[in-house]
Design a protein around this ligand. Structure first.
Ligand code: HEC
Length: 121
């Protein structure tokens, strides 16, 4: 009797865990976001001291670095809108993403890096 109760509990826990996995982002995306860095050293430095604070932090409400699904509809807005939102701010996204010295090219490169896709003009 005892062992079948244990099996029932095990089953319940397994079901709970798998239900959890379905409704949440897989943890792989979070750890990827925490460790991903642009290949270019200058961009990596900018990313590390600005964008990363929010875009690698699931609590910030920002689309996470490397989360192509979260970025896809944003990227579809095109380069002009993305730049406008990066430079002038957009809801929780602060103007210039805290990088006041960033150029438009750098913003686009950072967005392409974070979204893991190329930005249509
Ligand atoms: C203080 C937090 C914070 C920082 C720092 C930050 N972002 Fe964001 N960003 C956000 C949040 C939150 C959103 C989601 C806004 C929304 O959709 O409501 C966002 C969204 C965006 C978007 C999508 C806008 C759209 O049109 O959907 C782009 C592009 C972006 N960020 C670029 C950057 C870049 C580039 C940097 C670094 C230079 C950066 N962000 C730094 C918080 C931040």
């Amino acid at each position: 009797m005892r062992s079948s109760r244990f099996m029932q509990m095990l089953l319940a826990v397994t079901m709970l865990l798998s239900a959890c996995g379905e409704s949440h982002r897989p943890p792989a995306t979070r750890s990827e976001a925490a460790t991903a860095m642009p290949a270019d050293a200058e961009l990596a430095q900018i990313y590390d001291s600005s964008c990363k604070l929010c875009h690698a932090n699931p609590a910030a409400g920002a689309p996470l670095t490397g989360d192509q699904g979260a970025w896809a509809p944003r990227v579809q807005q095109g380069a002009d809108t993305l730049l406008d939102h990066a430079i002038n701010g957009y809801n929780g996204m602060p103007p210039m993403g805290l990088c006041v010295q960033c150029s438009q090219e750098q913003f686009l490169a950072l967005i392409a890096f974070m979204s893991a896709q190329s930005i249509p003009q």
